[in-house]
Design a protein around this ligand. Structure first.
Ligand code: NAP
Length: 354
């Protein structure tokens, strides 16, 4: 297969002596900069809740970036693949990256910070604060954000989320108010939460509303294989309050790509070893759904992963943030954009998942 038709690759064809996507040739840089200033990437954007932040309708998850505790960073994939993934995403206009201070103990943010210095294209970052038990005061929120911004090498970011609905000593109201202060000071453009129940989300929304600031997102696990938010009130409350759902693990940690099957079973490691769906019997149960994804995808020339992500976007008010470890995964996942499953296919897939 030839190289994809990106601006960088086109320029490399013109200037074959330069083989790296991060060339330092002034002629190359000037030409690329000039073209980029004229070329508008044609990915539509969606607004995060009622905030001022508009992002691509599909993000990129970076939990695995720099993480060797749950994922195989440094063993199965390296910085080179992640750099290629980052630049492929940005060139496609899929430039909304989800990270967190705890991913790779800061390494995910550090890598993103480094990669962002290598592009002139716009990039939007969502990061997260973890309310750990030993974080006693609101100063710890401010300090954690300062540390994230330092690793990201940015004065501000698009979205800052509370990673888990823990209370401990700071208390929800103080925590949310500190985030509202940060919006007013311009270090974050919007506030989000993650893993909040309908009730917790409603409360956070109210605390922010008292300050005249919208709650932009609730980041929740949501995929064809994890549809709890459809029945526990989170999705309906988010719709009522105009809070966007950022759907995490939208490919069910890779299961919905179809590459993990009972036929090619290997014992899962890392994060996947905690998920019973990766067991042999779990994979056997999954086969009919994967078959449906495949059959529907064939009608559109799409892969099961692209169909699974498109299904999520069809729910409305949902932005999937699939994790990607290389440029090929980014490109494939970006192929979930620009087309739509029919309402009948959306229902058929839900039924198959049940
Ligand atoms: N807020 C929270 O509590 C929370 C929790 C979990 C995740 N998240 C966020 O959500 C993001 C995504 O979730 P996730 O990483 O757990 O699961 P996911 O997006 O469902 O799956 C990602 C994994 O699937 C594989 N993959 C992705 N695209 C593929 C493709 N096109 N073809 C083949 N394989 C592909 C890759 O792993 P392999 O190549 O190893 O198969 C990748 O690491 C995270 O990165 C993070 O930003 C948030």
């Amino acid at each position: 297969m030839g190289k994809p038709l990106t601006l960088t690759n086109l320029l490399h064809r013109k200037y074959p002596e330069k083989d790296s996507s991060r060339t330092s040739s002034p002629k190359f840089d000037t030409l690329k900069g000039l073209i980029l200033s004229f070329v508008k990437v044609s990915v539509e954007t969606v607004t995060l809740g009622s905030s001022s932040v508009a992002v691509a309708p599909l993000g990129i998850g970076t939990w695995a970036w720099g993480d060797n505790l749950f994922w195989g960073y440094g063993k199965d994939y390296s910085q080179a693949e992640l750099r290629a993934a980052f630049h492929a995403a940005v060139e496609l206009g899929v430039n909304f990256f989800d990270t967190a201070e705890i991913y790779g103990f800061g390494e995910s943010e550090r890598l993103l910070g480094q990669f962002m210095t290598e592009t002139d294209r716009p990039v939007q970052i969502a990061s997260k604060f973890m309310p750990l038990p030993w974080r006693f005061s609101t100063q710890s929120v401010t300090d954690a954000l300062s540390a994230s911004l330092h690793r990201l090498q940015k004065p501000s970011i698009a979205l800052y989320q509370v990673h888990q609905p823990f209370d401990f000593f700071v208390g929800q109201k103080n925590l949310i108010n500190t985030l509202a202060d940060e919006v007013e000071q311009g270090r974050i453009q919007a506030v989000g939460v993650s893993n909040y129940s309908a009730e917790q989300m409603r409360q956070a929304h109210q605390y922010l509303a008292d300050r005249g600031i919208p709650l932009a997102v609730n980041q929740m696990q949501y995929s064809l294989l994890a549809r709890q938010i459809e029945t526990n009130g989170v999705l309906s409350t988010a719709r009522e309050l105009n809070i966007t759902i950022l759907a995490y693990s939208p490919l069910a940690q890779g299961l919905l790509t179809g590459k993990y099957t009972a036929e090619n079973y290997t014992a899962p490691i890392g994060a996947r070893s905690l998920n019973p769906r990766f067991s042999r019997s779990g994979l056997e149960k999954l086969a009919p759904l994967l078959q449906q994804l495949k059959e529907i995808g064939e009608q559109y020339g799409k892969t099961p992963a692209q169909v699974a992500l498109n299904w999520l976007m069809a729910q409305g008010n949902v932005i999937p943030i699939p994790g990607a470890k290389n440029a090929e995964q980014v490109r494939q996942n970006a192929g979930a954009l620009g087309w739509s499953l029919s309402p009948e296919e959306v229902s058929k897939l839900r039924a198959a998942a049940e």
